[in-house]
Ligand binder design. Sequence first.
Ligand code: AMP
Length: 473
Amino acid sequence: MNFAEIGLHPAILKALTDSGYSEPTAVQQQAIPAALAGRDLMVSSQTGSGKTAAFMLPALHLFASQQRPATARTNAPERRPGPARGHDRHRFQPAQPRMLVLTPTRELALQVTAATEKYGRQLHQVRAVAILGGMPYPKQMELLGRNPEILVATPGRLIDHMSSGKIDFSQLQILVLDEADRMLDMGFIEDIERIVAATPSARQTMLFSATLDGMVGDMAQRMTRSALRIQVDAASARHDHIEQRMHFVDDLAHKNRLLDHLLRDATIDQALVFTATKRDADTVSDRLNVAGLNAAALHGDMHQGARNRTLTAMRRGQLRILVATDVAARGIDVPTITHVFNYDLPKAAEDYVHRIGRTGRAGRSGLAISLVHHAEQFNVRKIERFTKQMIPVEVVAGHEPTRRAPSANPRPTSKPAWKSGEKRNFGQPAGQADSRFSKPSAPRRDGAARPSYHDSAKSGAGASTGRRSYGDR
Ligand code: AMP
C-alpha cells in the first residue's frame, strides 16, 4: 500500500514526495490507516522505524480536512509577548492546541517539530511549536501566543505553562506519548498523569514505545481506549542493516588510542561517540580536537542554544564527530551518521539498541563499534541476550589487547555469523539456547590470537578501568 492508497491529503502527499518517501515503512503501513479511522494506538516500534510520520501524518490529514472548532481562536489577533499595558498584562489568552506530542527529551521534541514542519509544509494553516526546558520563557510565551494547532513538549516545561494558565486543553483531539518507556525511565510518570488528566477523555491517544511490557504497558492500558496494538518486528527493529562489532581494550589509554585510530577511517562520513558521563563527553571531545579530529560534545549541562548549534552543525555536515551522553543523544536523527561508537557501554541493554539506532537510518546501513574492557563482559552478555544477536569481536593490527578475553562462551571474531554463512537465530524466545553459543567449532573469544581485519595506523595502547558512574548524565 502506498501513501496515496492510504488516502492522505494531497498536500501531505506532495510533501512526502518532496521528502523522497516513496512508500510507507512497516509501522506507517499499520498505524496510519488505524489512526485515520480514529483509533487509539499502542505501538511497539524502534527508533528509526518512521514512527514520527506514523502519528503525525494522520494528525495533519485530520487538521487539513477539518475546520478548526469555532471555540478555538483561529482568527484571534496574534498576541505578542513583551510588556503588556495595564490590566492586559494579566489577560494572556491560553493556547488551545488540537494535538499534543509529549517527548522525553528536548532533542526529540525539536526533531518531531522539524518533521512536522516538513510533512506539513503545504498546509500553511497548521502550526507546530516546541515547548521545552532551556528555552527562554518570553520566547515560549510568544510561540504559545500564536495559538498553534500542535504542541510538541517535554513534560516538565509543559507543566510550568499549564500551572500558570498558558495552555487550555479543552480543544485537544490527539495526544501522542512518544518514547513512552523513556519518559518513565526518566521519572516523568507523575507529570504525564497530570497532563493526561487535563486533556478531554474523548481524545485520540497514540502511545509509542520500544516496549509495551511492564509499567509502560500498564500506563498504555490506562490512557487508551480499545487501542489497536501494533508490534513492528521489521528489519529496522532488529537493526539488520547495522553491523555490530566490539574491540577489547586493556585500559583507558588503549581505548583512547584505538578510538583515535578507528575515527580516522575514511569510510566514516559522520560518527557519534557515546560516553557514560557529561565530563567524559567533554574530555573525549577535547582530546579528539587536539588530535586534529573535528569533534564537539553534546550533553545536558550545555545551554539549549549551544546544544541546538551543535546539532545543526552535525545536520549540515559541518561537524564530523559528535561525542554525547545518552540523554542528549536521544532523538538525534542525522541520516549521514555512518558510525556509532560506544566509548563506554550503556548501563541498560535497551540503551544499546537506542544508541546503535542513531546510524543506519532511513534505509541506510551503519556500523556500531563498542570498546569493551574485559571486566565488562557481563554487560556485553546482557546486551546480546536482549538483542538476541552476538556482537563479533575484532582486533586491529597494532592495537591488539594484551589480555586474552575469558572464553566462557565461545564467540565469533571479526565476521558476524550471518556474514560467514552460519545460521542466525534472531527470532527465538529469550532464554532458549542459541546454537551459536554451543557450537564446538565456533571460534574462540580470543582477541589477541586473531588475525587483523583493519589496516593499522600506528597509535598507542592504554587502559580502561571498568564501569564508571552514570549519575551525571
Ligand atoms: P523516525 O523513526 O520517525 O525517527 O524516522 C527515522 C527516519 O526515517 C527519519 O530520517 C525519517 O525522515 C525517515 N522516514 C520516515 N518515514 C519514511 C518513509 N516512508 N520513507 C523513507 N524515509 C522515511
